[in-house]
Structure formats: C-alpha cells, structure tokens
Design a protein around this ligand. Structure first.
Ligand code: SF4
Length: 171
C-alpha cells in the first residue's frame, strides 16, 4: 500500500494532454459565424442546449466552447437559459423515453423561426444506445432536424463549423 501511495505521488498524470486549439483558425471561424448571424438574423446567435439523454461527453465539448480556451461568447455566440429566447436548439444524445415529452415541449416553446441542430452520433440515430428499450432513437424521431454535426463527441471546432454551415446554408 505504501509503495502504491509513493508511486502515485511521484508519477505524473496519466491523462492525455488537452488539445491545443489553433487560435487563428478558431478566431476566423468564430468571426465568420458571428458576421453571418448578424447579417442573416440582425443579431448574434442565441442557443439553447438540450440534453435528450446523452452520456454527457457531447455536453463537455459544448461547454468547452464557453471555457477560457475558446471563450466564444466574445464573438456573439450566446447560450440562453430558456428556449423562449433561443434561435437554435442544440440537442445531444439519443432521445430517451423519459426526455421525449420534455423535448417536444422545448421545441414548442421556442419561437419561430427556429432551427434544430442534432449533435453527436447518438443524436443522428441513437448511436451506441440505439438498441436500448429506454431509447426512442435519433432526434429526428421527435422533432424536425435542420443539421446534424457528426462525432462521438464532436470537437468544439466541429461544433463551430456546423453552426456556421447552419447560418450560411440553412438560414
Ligand atoms: S455521440 Fe458519443 S459522446 Fe455524444 S452522447 Fe453519444 S456516446 Fe456520448
């Protein structure tokens, strides 16, 4: 036991180092997104995130958009607390039976025009949880989806690229 404790004290962390974002590429992507949102919507993009049953790894990447490394609120990307203030619903996970009604209500509470982005492989078709009886399936089984961002989980840069594609091509 003492050996194990000593080893854990001198041994470095076993986790992988955090990915270093390409600051220039990130800033360009975010500025394009902010510019496109202001051109098309007349304001910045308001996003309501909905976890419909994910394993939370997609949420970690979505949270990363707002952390000190990415800090994308400076470019006008805003997460809002209510669907009533949102332009975009960012939905993760397979939709579980327990979240189905909540997702339908959230969609109904979001004012038009609104767009739905399904985030992660589970949101497309249930992913690794598809066979579970607790799972309804992908997000499109419950609400209409405008864009899907693939990945398990998608990186913050992939999330930004997806939102930019939404604003430039769908809106
Ligand atoms: S796509 Fe991957 S990371 Fe996202 S909820 Fe599914 S299993 Fe988790």
């Amino acid at each position: 036991m003492r050996k194990l404790l000593l080893k854990s004290l001198v041994q470095g962390p076993l986790t992988e180092p955090a990915p270093v974002p390409d600051d220039a590429a990130l800033a360009e992507l975010a500025q394009r997104l902010d510019g496109a949102a202001r051109r098309r919507l007349g304001r910045s993009l308001a996003i309501r995130e909905v976890d419909a049953g994910s394993c939370n790894a997609c949420e970690l990447e979505i949270h990363a958009i707002n952390n000190v490394l990415y800090d994308l609120e400076r470019f006008g990307l805003r997460f809002v607390a209510s669907p009533r203030h949102a332009d975009v619903l960012l939905i993760t996970g397979p939709v579980t039976q327990n979240m189905r009604v909540a997702l339908e209500r959230t969609y109904a509470a979001t004012p038009d025009p609104k767009w739905v982005v399904a985030v992660g492989n589970c949101a497309r078709d249930g992913g690794v949880f598809a066979a579970s009886s607790a799972c309804v399936g992908g997000v499109s089984r419950v609400v209409p989806v405008d864009l899907h961002i693939a990945g398990c989980p998608p990186t913050p840069q992939a999330l930004l690229g997806g939102l930019l594609a939404l604003v430039e091509k769908v809106l």
